[in-house]
Ligand binder design. Structure first.
Ligand SMILES: Nc1ncnc2c1ncn2[C@@H]1O[C@H](COP(=O)(O)OP(=O)(O)OP(=O)(O)O)[C@@H](O)[C@H]1O
Ligand SMILES: [Mg+2]
Length: 427
């Protein structure tokens, strides 16, 4: 309103006056205008800074999202690959029979039909040998891959990965036998040159024989603990199979596993399960067991040398073993582990008693009273004495407990009819 009234005044003045009046008016107007614009500038500056920060955070967010997209894309490709892999048709397993030239081979598929097929050119020619297990394309039966030798899960599971915690010190009173075993098994594996110098072939294996519970399995466990070689243990009965040819195949695979993992020691416990004398009038089951034994005999002195493979077998019935198994060249050393004599019993008893808390004990009387006891029975005596002490709420076993335990084991021994049996240990 003031500006209008002032401009109304200007109508009455000259041009110069007017101009000067107007400029002064502008100047006058400028002064009040300049202060809000500074505020605005500050505000604008602030806005600008805010926008700058916003844009920076958006840029950050964008690069973060971009990395995420890249990671997700990678994952998607991986999952795609996985899906593709899962969708690929299965390959047929077969065996190579003959290699005709570098492009073609004859294979026998798993159902027994024989085909001439082409070979994957990327396979190394030296791996392609007759008898190799291969994977074949479903449509063309072309050889896609060479597979490693397959072992029965029972055979591959027989390899001992964890060592037992039994050392030679845990085997009492069998020093001579331990030396024999070490000479025949460990020495040829550790220092084969000793044998070549003398000019003899080292023993292939040993057979541990002796009454039940005298430490045969225990000794083998100690060997397993001591050796750095692969230790493969199998019980004879595991090789007695239901179907024709199965037992023989398992024996073959057992030796092939041992050769591949050599140096190796094979321990066949209770070998009488497959090594019993072959008789004429036998059932079909017996004949399959005999075939398994024949395969074992063939492996023991087969064409392939068993240089780095040693065999330990154990049985408590050497009398029923087949003669072929016992002849030299198979088990070159037969180590007898007899019932412990007086010194043996003393050693076994002190070994087991050393782990128990005892009051004063006269070991000599105990040794005299346990004539004819096996190692397992001596251990059972110590456990029984411990049970008696626990029943009486004592934490130490005494001489009386041991005598009472011997009486108990003795009654069980005579009740069970045989000299010793698992009944002697329990109830
Ligand atoms: N010489 C020994 N020293 C220490 N303990 C022994 C000895 N002999 C036997 N034992 C004890 O008896 C148990 C059974 O022994 P082991 O399994 O070696 O018998 P085995 O000779 O293999 O009998 P089987 O012929 O019945 O298989 C062992 O776990 C061990 O506690
Ligand atoms: Mg045994």
């Amino acid at each position: 309103m003031t500006a209008i009234s002032k401009s109304d005044d200007l109508t009455n003045c000259s041009l110069d006056e007017c101009l000067s009046a107007m400029s002064s008016e502008v100047e006058n107007n400028n002064t009040p205008l300049s202060s809000p614009s500074e505020d605005e500038l500050i505000k604008l500056e602030e806005d600008y800074q805010k926008l700058l920060a916003d844009s920076q955070s958006l840029i950050n967010e964008r690069s973060y999202l971009e990395t995420e997209i890249r990671a997700l894309k990678k994952r998607a490709t991986r999952l795609d690959d996985e899906v593709r892999l899962l969708k690929t048709p299965p390959l047929i397993i077969g065996h190579l029979q003959d290699i005709l030239d570098e492009r073609t081979a004859i294979v026998r598929s798993s159902n027994g039909t024989v085909f001439q097929v082409s070979l994957n050119q990327r396979l190394e020619p030296e791996r392609l040998k007759p008898g190799t297990r291969v994977a074949l394309n479903q449509d063309t039966l072309a050889v896609i891959e060479v597979l490693h030798e397959a072992w029965d899960p029972m055979v591959s599971g027989a390899e001992m990965v964890e060592k037992p915690d039994i050392t030679y010190d845990s085997v009492a009173g069998l020093d001579e036998q331990i030396t024999s075993v070490r000479e025949a098994i460990e020495l040829p594996l550790l220092e084969p040159e000793l044998f070549s110098k003398v000019g003899i072939t080292p023993p292939k294996g040993i057979l541990l024989v002796g009454p039940p519970g005298c430490g045969k399995t225990l000794l083998a466990k100690a060997v397993a603990n001591q050796t750095d070689a692969t230790f493969i243990r199998l019980v004879g009965s595991e090789l007695a199979q239901k179907y024709i040819g199965e037992g023989g195949r398992m024996v073959r695979e057992l030796f092939s596993l041992a050769k591949e993992k050599s140096p190796a020691i094979i321990f066949l416990d209770e070998i009488d399960a497959i090594g019993a004398k072959r008789l004429d009038g036998s059932t079909s089951g017996d004949r399959e067991v005999q075939r398994t034994l024949m395969q074992l005999l063939a492996e023991l002195d087969g064409f392939d040398s068993l240089e780095d493979v040693k065999i330990i077998a154990a049985t408590n019935r050497p009398d029923i073993l087949d003669d072929a198994l016992l002849r030299p060249g198979r088990f070159d050393r037969i180590v007898t582990i007899p019932l412990p004599d007086e010194t043996g019993r003393k050693a076994i008893l002190s070994l087991h008693i050393s782990n128990m808390s005892t009051s004063r004990i006269n070991l000599k009387t105990i040794v005299e009273k346990t004539e004819g006891y096996s190692g397992a029975e001596l251990k059972a005596t110590c456990v029984e004495a411990g049970m008696i002490a626990i029943r009486d709420k004592r934490d130490k076993i005494s001489q009386k407990d041991l005598i009472q335990a011997i009486d108990r084991i003795q009654t069980k021994k005579s009740n069970s009819g045989s000299k010793s049996s698992p009944d002697a240990l329990y109830g």
